[in-house]
Ligand binder design. Structure first.
Ligand code: UFG
Length: 321
């Protein structure tokens, strides 16, 4: 299949691009490099540096059969400070992409949605029919596109799948010696920050909140390996039917507290993680765990890599960068 990957120079986009190519697909990557890295685009992909809002004049020339859409702003805290950036990039930009697809007869899309669409869910694990009450402009922007996709799919016979990721971690190390992983200029995620603290780089880890209503007082999250996540995207490419929009959670179905993750980092690296306890971070729900029953039923997808594998693969990647 000939696939357009937007945001293919970013963390998850680069892993999915490498996997698509490994499975024999042709890939065109569009990325404005605002947060991505040119050298993260897998060899063999055609690369174009521009924003998704600039696709319309060229999309018709590329013979694209399907789009996997990652390009987005994705920092929850930044979205609260600068919501306009999130509504413009994530919502206005994506609507422009959908209009270009419709205009040029591209009728298949897999969209990178988020657990942030649910906000503070009342029931765990979270099913796809849970209420969506995002607590940040980031989550609201992802939900807005999920809703737009429902309407575009129905009205314009597009096959659309929204994949709602929980906490993505790990890296891809190929047999050919290439590595793709998380390289954010502003790193907010727990596992890379904990690995850096374990390596003695950048000081101790700030542990945000020790008074949550959880077993050890720290937040519980559902971690999913980026290679398992990529596998779900490849399955989703052929799963959608014209006129239908599916929303599918991607998580392991198991929760780990921040302290449990820090223990796993200590085991994986052989180093203590220096920690300073800090106040709660605004907008962090106490517990987020995915129900992955729908992913199993619709995509025949099952996560195969555990938290230790995520930490090992991220640790290897950290040591390369
Ligand atoms: N945490 C720390 N210290 C850090 C970083 C994180 O204590 O330096 C804690 C957080 O407070 C949270 C947990 O570790 O309790 C996980 O935090 P991450 O930032 O790694 O992940 P989030 O759960 O906040 O974010 C993820 C995705 C977002 C998505 C969100 C939905 O990365 O894109 O889930 O809530 F929006």
């Amino acid at each position: 299949m000939r696939v357009l990957v937007t945001g293919g120079a970013g963390y998850i986009g680069s892993v999915v691009t490498a996997q698509l190519l490994a499975e024999g697909n042709e890939v065109v990557v569009v990325d404005d490099l605002s947060t991505g890295h040119r050298d993260a685009v897998a060899q063999g992909a055609v690369f174009h540096e521009f924003p998704i809002s600039g696709l319309d004049p060229v999309l018709g020339d590329w013979d694209i059969e399907a789009v996997i859409h990652f390009a987005a702003k994705s920092l929850v805290g930044e979205s609260a400070q600068n919501p306009a950036l999130y509504w413009r990039n994530n919502v206005v930009g994506t609507v422009a992409l959908l209009d270009s697809m419709h205009a040029h007869g591209v009728d298949r899309i897999v969209f990178s949605s988020s657990a942030a669409t649910y906000g503070e869910a009342e029931q765990q694990p979270i099913r796809e029919d849970a209420p969506t009450r995002p607590t940040s402009p980031y989550g609201a922007s992802k939900l807005a596109i999920d809703l737009a996709l429902r309407d575009y799919a129905e009205a314009y016979s597009i096959a659309a799948v929204s994949l709602r990721y929980f906490n993505v971690a790990g890296a891809l190390h190929t047999t050919g010696g290439q590595s793709y992983g998380e390289r954010h200029a502003t790193e907010t995620h727990l596992i890379p920050n904990a690995l850096r603290a374990a390596a003695g780089a950048g000081g101790p880890l700030s542990l945000f909140g020790t008074d949550y209503p959880t077993e050890d007082g720290t937040c519980v999250r559902d971690y999913i390996h980026v290679v398992d996540l990529a596998d779900a995207h490849l399955r989703a490419l052929s799963a959608g039917a014209p006129g239908e929009h599916e929303v599918i959670n991607l998580g392991s179905g198991t929760g780990y507290s921040v302290r449990q993750v820090l223990d796993a980092v200590r085991l994986g690296t052989g180093s203590e993680v220096p920690v300073v306890e800090a106040p709660r971070r605004a907008g962090d729900p106490p517990v987020l765990i995915a129900s992955n029953e729908k992913a199993a039923a619709v995509l025949d997808w099952h996560p195969t890599r555990d938290l230790a594998a995520m930490i090992d693969d991220s640790w290897r990647f950290e040591q390369l960068t």
